[in-house]
Ligand binder design. Sequence first.
Ligand code: GUN
Length: 295
Amino acid sequence: MTLIDGKKVADEIKQEIAATVEKMVAEGKKRPHLAAILVGHDGGSETYVAHKVRACEQCGFTSTLIRMEDDATEAQLLEAVERLNNDPDVDGFIVQLPLPKHISEQKVIEAIDYRKDVDGFHPINVGRMSIGLPCYLSATPAGIIELLARYEIPTKGKHCVVLGRSNIVGKPVASLMMQKHIPGDATVTVCHSATVNLKEICREADIIIAALGQPGFVTADMVKPGAVIVDVGTTRVPDATRKSGFRLRGDVDFDNVAPLCSYITPVPGGVGPMTICSLMRNTLLAGQGAIYPRN
Ligand code: GUN
């Protein structure tokens, strides 16, 4: 069994990005600039955004964090989005999700200029991805594909089972895994809450990508010996032995599943660091005008 070290791969990629940025600066170009809007004080979101700001520093990017309170109105958030759309110094930006219930996430995502949508959530980027056109790929799916590539894990003709159909992970990763490129070219099955015989389907899988948000959902009896397991889950579960009072738990029963696998991603340290790294890569592409050339 090989443990896939997402942290190590992510550190390597951030170093590659940092070297490219220093070259750009030496040529007189500006540093790529990522902005993030954080609404409220959700613990998970605070942590993610802090990691994103730190990753910007490691990559040599300029970063701006815009904070808004929980009671900010949808109109105020849309105004902030519009300001960033029109700010020529900002190459790309994200609005950290989830948003408070009184704000429509879809409305906000669609208000972002798709040319600055480095999360790859705007319907134009999602649509371009699904037909294989250049676009900002959404960060977690892109990170998973990058891990499969760097570990040279065969995917062509393999049966890949995706657990979960979220817009952020399940749907886009299923789409990427079936594209005619490597990694990809797989036969993909997407399982969700209405799937019948989910265990049997998993047992047929050469690759399982678990993105349900249900800790320990994938158990040893669901895994074919030699399968590749990608665990996207990051649920906070109480842990009195930690200073924070919690630890992250994946969707896979790691201790019992790992001995069966050919490859597995741990939680933490697997897919998580790659997600941030993909955002950094999209920001670099935005700074270079590589996907959508600047006017
Ligand atoms: N919340 C959880 N994951 C993400 C992500 O990749 N981007 C944003 N904007 N919010 C998230």
